[in-house]
Ligand binder design. Structure first.
Ligand SMILES: [Zn+2]
Length: 182
């Protein structure tokens, strides 16, 4: 069964896309993770639906992880904000492995309920290691979406040009023309 992701903006790395399961549209707050069905949609979008359960317990774990990541993204460098994410990471580990194909790594979680949550928290660590200064909140004042700025110069301001950038530009143009003529 494939369910359609109702969100107008997807495609960010797992940790940021978890934050983006809450979004604002026409002044109304939406939340994909209100039900296990929504969790299943989110897991499917990341190829995780086969690996991890989408039941009430894992929904709770994923929602707790989302709250922890919000705080951590909001307050980089804060020990207090880091602690809940660190606690989630305690539910799993990376085990080095050796196979015929050579050395590698495998993620192991203590309980499948924490699988998706742990994977998202671990993805956040990966982002901090590789591109901490490229994690951005959309510039559009009523947008709460996060994105990883992969532009060459690091000057991307909006989650999406179509959803927010054009609106911001139109508003600016409107303000300017009012300033000139009125
Ligand atoms: Zn936006």
């Amino acid at each position: 069964m494939t369910e359609i992701d109702p969100r107008p903006f997807v495609g960010e790395p797992l940790a940021l896309d978890l934050l983006n399961t809450r979004w604002q549209e026409h002044g109304q707050l939406h939340d994909l993770l209100e039900t296990p069905d929504g969790l299943r949609v989110w897991l499917s979008g990341h190829g995780l639906a086969e690996r991890f359960p989408a039941d009430g317990a894992s929904l709770e774990a994923v929602r707790a992880t989302r709250a922890a990541l919000y705080a951590a993204v909001d307050r980089p460098g804060s020990d207090e904000a880091a602690r809940p994410v660190d606690a989630i990471l305690d539910h799993g580990r990376i085990r080095p492995v050796l196979t015929g194909a050579g050395p590698g790594e495998r993620a192991e979680v203590t309980d499948p309920v924490w699988g998706a949550a742990w994977t998202a928290a671990h993805d956040y660590l990966r982002l901090l290691t590789t591109a901490a200064d490229r994690i951005r909140l959309c510039d559009q004042p009523d947008c709460i979406r996060y994105f990883l700025d992969t532009s060459r110069n690091g000057t991307r301001r909006w989650c999406s040009m179509a959803l927010c950038g054009n609106r911001a530009k139109a508003a600016r143009h409107y303000a300017r023309s009012r300033g000139t003529h009125g």
